[in-house]
Ligand binder design. Structure first.
Ligand SMILES: [Zn+2]
Length: 470
């Protein structure tokens, strides 16, 4: 071996952080439940204020924020406390894309680059598979370890306990999907992650065999895939999913029907909310009554998507994220474009952390259909509600006729070919009209026909919409 090219110093992960301090600052479970989760709102404000001011200081070191803030006339002396938060201009993914164009390939919003690997171990993951190259994100040790702690809290809130075998069906690869839960489960829950990944990583039938043979107790995945798994077990393998003894499902419910998923598996399903940029923002406790925000790590605001005005608790708007723990790529009033609202009442679990109601959909997924705002997620909720469907659907939007009027056709899978399709079609069209407030056309198709559009069996990021007007 020739050591001449070897560096004199290699940063080791386990020397890169003061772990004891981090665990005090961001208590993992179970300590979290007796400490941070029960803080008074005043104590919490002080803690958030301190971390917020540190985050602002960090922001001024990062070109993206310097440019963005100066362009909006903000100066360092304008921000004296958390009460000044609303003075800071909001930004969204378009600004991040511009940052990457300006300074490829990583942009100027992170404040760290692979070069910093000389002094701290870094890890790269990306946004989920959308079109084009995924957006990369580098994580410093502080960022990554705190994310694992927040994830650990989530899983403990759901009821995962040491010794549980946990099947992770999020995709393995560039996306953070499977990677972040693995770190959280392994380091902070005592459970054993079983990394099957999506249907493209491990065929669904094999996943079910693994659940059965290895005594898996918990499954993590997107609702569409959890439903797909249950139906493959029931209809293709002749195994009643309920007989598999799954105790709980961890998922991002959005507008999906919780009861239907629970009924299929005979297990409780818990909602959560996170992004690859921010980590685990919120998760449901045993009461399943909205997602407790990890408020020692985030300040979330709900703003009117049109005017940007901050809205009262209980009113729906777009989520603005401010991270309090991030060194690399902090987010400071990032408009993530997800629609949600805060609960107005406390949770009976005793946690003082505010709760998000649910994620109603993505603002940029929203379709304007003859003047009415329609979310594909809301269409999914109607489809799943009808037990004659298997929950699979796909929306095509186009312009038709001389008037070039907007039209949406929703294709829905009906597994039982003996059913009278015209009856189902009529009742689905009526129900859609009631729920969405606008007419959509329904076309019924056979089981499996939509997979080429949705990619349900292949990807954990299911597609639901093709807008052909663009
Ligand atoms: Zn609670």
């Amino acid at each position: 071996m020739n050591p001449t090219n070897a560096s004199d110093y290699i940063p080791w992960y386990f020397q890169s952080l003061d772990f004891e301090k981090l665990w005090k600052d961001y208590p993992p479970p179970p300590t979290y439940f007796h400490t941070t989760a029960k803080m008074s709102r005043d104590e919490l404000w002080s803690l958030q204020n301190k971390r917020f001011l540190e985050t602002i200081k960090r922001g001024w070191e990062i070109d993206f924020f310097k440019l963005h803030w100066k362009a909006h006339g903000l100066s360092p002396s304008d921000i004296k406390s958390l009460d000044d938060l609303t003075k800071i201009p909001v930004y969204d993914v378009h600004d991040i894309r511009k940052s990457i164009e300006r300074n490829p390939p990583f942009g100027d919003f992170m404040g760290i680059s692979p070069e910093d690997g000389k002094t701290m171990p870094l890890v790269l993951q990306t946004s989920g598979g959308t079109t084009g190259l995924p957006r990369p994100m580098l994580y410093s040790p502080q960022d990554r370890e705190t994310m694992a702690i927040l994830g650990g809290r989530r899983f403990a809130m759901h009821g995962i306990v040491p010794g549980d075998m946990v099947l992770v069906t999020y995709s393995l690869g560039l996306g953070n999907g499977g990677m972040a839960p693995r770190e959280a489960l392994w380091r902070y829950t005592g459970s054993v992650p079983v990394m099957t990944g999506s249907g493209a990583n491990t065929p669904t039938r094999r996943q079910i065999e693994i659940v059965k043979a290895w005594g898996v107790k918990v499954i993590l995945g997107f609702p569409a895939y959890l439903r797909h798994m249950a139906l493959v077990a029931r209809d293709e393998l002749g195994i009643d999913p309920k007989s598999l003894g799954i105790r709980l499902l961890g998922t991002h419910l959005g507008m999906e029907n919780r009861e239907q998923l629970e009924e299929l598996w005979g297990a409780k399903a818990f909602d959560m909310y996170g992004t690859h940029e921010s980590g685990m923002l919120g998760a449901e406790c045993q009461h399943q009554s909205g997602m407790h925000v990890m408020e020692d790590a985030f300040v979330l605001e709900i703003a009117d998507p049109e005017t940007g005005k901050i809205l009262h608790d209980g009113i729906k708007g777009t989520v603005l994220i401010t991270t309090l723990y991030k060194y690399g790529a902090p987010q400071i009033r990032f408009n993530v474009n997800d629609i949600s609202a805060f609960h107005t009442t406390p949770c009976s679990c005793g946690s003082t952390m505010k709760r998000l109601v649910r994620i109603f959909g993505r603002n940029d997924n929203m379709i304007k259909l003859r003047g009415v705002n329609v979310f594909p997620e809301a269409i999914g909720a109607v489809v799943v509600e009808d037990v004659r469907t298997n929950g699979e659907f796909f929306c095509f939007v186009d312009r038709v006729g001389e008037a070039q009027a907007d039209r949406m056709e929703v294709w829905v899978e009906i597994p039982d070919e003996s059913l009278d399709k015209s009856v189902i079609q009529l009742s689905l069209e009526q129900r859609m009209k009631e729920v969405l407030g606008v007419k959509v056309d329904i076309k019924l198709v056979n089981k499996g026909e939509l997979d080429q559009y949705t990619l349900t069996s292949q990807s954990s990021k299911v597609k639901r919409l093709l807008d052909q007007r663009k």
